[in-house]
Ligand binder design. Structure first.
Ligand code: ADP
Ligand code: MG
Length: 349
């Protein structure tokens, strides 16, 4: 037995996720030259001679990351794969294999796990990925799913979080905020349903939002689009936690600042109308919402003509050589510091 001589008891809430990861991994020693990138990006990067291999893993826990009262198991299986493939695409790579590990309690019948795997198999088929292994074990209560994805990328095409240059354009794919609003709509329905189990579900006005929450698609198409356009992103990250959090990651890793323009943030019409209905700020939702699984990347100014009129891509800002200034330029022209929780309106400069 390893003896625990450490008598201090520091609550994890004092650190938060990112500081905790830093703390646990700061003593990590890399023993192999083939380990090109360890902790700190969307994937680990391993040099296998010709190409670079990409490895990423995510753990989803019932009650923390998903609620089975409105998340059908088939969708959960599909989404669990998407979360991982998105990290591979965000390195500008292609996903090739996954492993799937589950811990499951006897609350789940075989048919439930068949549903889960129907979603996993559909994702593998749609994204041309092979399921090559995993692990199965029991849990005392909930369901846990851990997926590892393996991908490949050519050395000259890999995109790290750390490569953004001053004056590079900041670009985002698709539109933002819908997945978060989809979750709010589903949570609201769940509460109505708990009060009155016979209540009609009224989701007609929110179909896009609910789909973005329950059946997200990772942006494999963007990796191909960028190759076709002959654009090499200087840095890239996927949007799992929200635009503001990902911008902070890119800026920190690249040691750059950023000016993000509020009026350039792409929003679907359903996001705009639902924000009005719920009386919440659509910019806040896009910045802090998360789970959009879009890609956020930077390109050199000279690539502007190649990306400008593309309906998949929105130029939302630019990088600067002032790492301490990571700002949202509001519609009114005010500059507001971007923080991990979104932006602090009290902190206007
Ligand atoms: P993402 O949101 O892209 O999945 P994370 O924020 O989960 O990335 O992780 C950031 C980095 O920290 C990644 O390189 C990941 O592999 C690493 N990491 C996360 N948790 C651990 C852990 N418990 N031990 C070692 N490395 C970790
Ligand atoms: Mg990621």
């Amino acid at each position: 037995m390893l003896e625990d001589k450490n008598q201090t008891r520091t609550p994890l809430s004092e650190l938060g996720e990112f500081k905790l990861i830093d703390h646990l991994t700061k003593q990590t020693k890399i023993h192999h030259d083939s380990t090109v990138k360890g902790v700190g990006d969307d994937c680990a990067v391993i040099d296998n001679g010709g190409q670079l291999s990409l490895v990423t893993t995510d753990l989803l826990v019932e009650g923390v990351h998903f609620d089975l009262s409105y998340m059908p198991l088939k969708h959960l299986g599909y989404k669990a794969v998407m979360v991982n493939l998105s990290d591979v695409y965000s390195m500008n790579g292609n996903a090739k294999q996954i492993t799937v590990s589950i811990a499951v309690s006897n609350r789940f019948p075989l048919e439930a796990l068949e549903e889960l795997y129907a979603g996993i198999h559909l994702a593998c088929k749609t994204y041309n990925v092979d399921l090559v292994g995993g692990d199965t074990t029991s849990s005392t209560k909930g369901l846990l799913i851990s997926i590892t994805a393996i991908g490949q990328v050519e050395k000259e095409r890999i995109a790290y979080r750390s490569g953004a240059g001053s004056n590079d354009l900041l670009v985002v794919t698709g539109d933002l905020g819908a997945a978060y609003l989809g979750l709010q709509v589903l949570e609201r329905e769940k509460q109505v349903f708990q009060v009155n189990p016979n209540a009609e579900h009224e989701l007609d006005n929110y179909t896009y939002l609910v789909e973005r929450q329950l059946k997200p698609e990772a942006r494999k198409d963007i990796v191909k689009l960028l190759a076709d356009l002959e654009v090499s992103p200087t840095s890239m990250i996927d949007i799992s936690d929200g635009l503001s959090s990902e911008i902070l990651h890119l800026c920190k890793a690249s040691k750059k600042g950023c000016q993000l323009y509020e009026d350039k943030i792409p929003l679907d019409q359903q996001v705009i109308s639902t924000c009005e209905e719920f009386n919440i700020d659509s910019t806040m939702v896009a910045l802090s919402g998360g789970e959009d699984y879009e890609l956020l990347f930077t390109v050199k100014q000279e690539d502007f003509p190649k990306i400008k009129a593309n309906p998949n891509l929105s130029i939302i800002g630019h990088m600067t050589d002032e790492p301490d200034l990571i700002q949202l330029v509001t519609r009114g022209g005010q500059k507001v510091d971007i923080t991990a929780q979104g932006w602090n309106a009290l902190d206007e400069k």
